[in-house]
Design a protein around this ligand. Structure first.
Ligand code: MLT
Length: 254
């Protein structure tokens, strides 16, 4: 653990990176007014990144299937508004799409708006709303998200969605990958959460897919026949879209 104090100052104040491993573990003071990067690599933040890459215009994250259906009725613009998400990792009855990144192709989502609810991911996104800039990070877009977060020249908190308020290896490891990518931009002061996530990422970086496969949620997805999603989500830096959440909507950062 040599050389663990990375320092960057803006206006004489050291800029810090921190990682919150669960939604309930995140402190208001760690989110309010910070750059917040939400991570739910298996699979919500990966899937939303893919949806926007495929030409989806915007994603509206909501907490429950009932809220999603009500919102669709309220917005009522027919075939241009899709419902997506999961419960128990499976498509919700009556919804157009589940939560697999492989479903969100241009043929399906281009020019459409999407209302989305997932067990942990959309909840984490909503929790992050107090951030001054809220980005969605996954492995597929980690270099692009890190570059965007670094540009903000402010403290960055990584908020892991976790699994029903429990620690998730895959989200923590992904937060570590994002910290690693940020350290390519500048030196930063790392709070202990960021140091730990970085060490976990470095321990697994040569076999990220193996780490995903061995994780609790990874095992659940494999049991449901969703193994290909793990292969997709374990890719590093294949997409350069950065989703940003503001005013209740997720769009591409421009
Ligand atoms: C979630 O939000 O809990 C996840 O994205 C679950 C999933 O893999 O679908």
């Amino acid at each position: 653990m040599a050389n663990m104090l990375y320092q960057l100052c803006f206006g004489g104040v050291a800029v810090e990176l921190d990682v919150f491993a669960t939604v309930n573990g995140a402190l208001d003071e760690g989110l309010n007014g910070k750059v917040v990067v939400v991570t739910d690599v298996l699979r919500a933040t990966t899937t939303i990144t893919v949806a926007l890459t495929s030409g989806c215009l915007e994603v509206i994250p909501v907490l429950t299937p009932e809220e999603a259906i009500e919102m669709r009725e309220r917005l009522g613009n027919g075939e241009h508004l899709l419902l997506g998400g999961e419960r128990g990792a499976l498509k919700i009855p009556g919804f157009h799409l589940g939560n697999s990144p492989l479903e969100y192709t241009p043929e399906v989502v281009e020019g459409k708006r999407l209302i989305m609810t997932t067990t942990n991911g959309t909840r984490a996104i909503r929790r992050a709303a107090a951030g001054k800039l809220v980005l969605l990070g996954a492995l597929v877009n980690a270099p692009a998200v890190a570059a965007a977060a670094a540009k903000a020249e402010a403290d960055v908190s990584f908020l892991c969605a976790g699994t029903k308020d429990r620690f998730s290896l895959e989200d923590f490891l992904t937060a570590g990958a994002l910290v690693e990518e940020m350290l390519k931009q500048h030196d930063y002061t790392l709070r202990d959460g960021a140091r730990a996530a970085l060490e976990v990422y470095r321990a697994y970086r040569s076999d990220i897919l193996g780490a995903f496969r061995s994780s609790y949620h990874g095992q659940q997805l494999i049991e449901l026949g969703l193994e290909e999603d793990l292969d997709y989500c374990a890719q590093l830096g294949t997409l350069d879209i950065v989703p940003v959440y503001a005013g209740g909507l997720i769009k591409k950062l421009v």
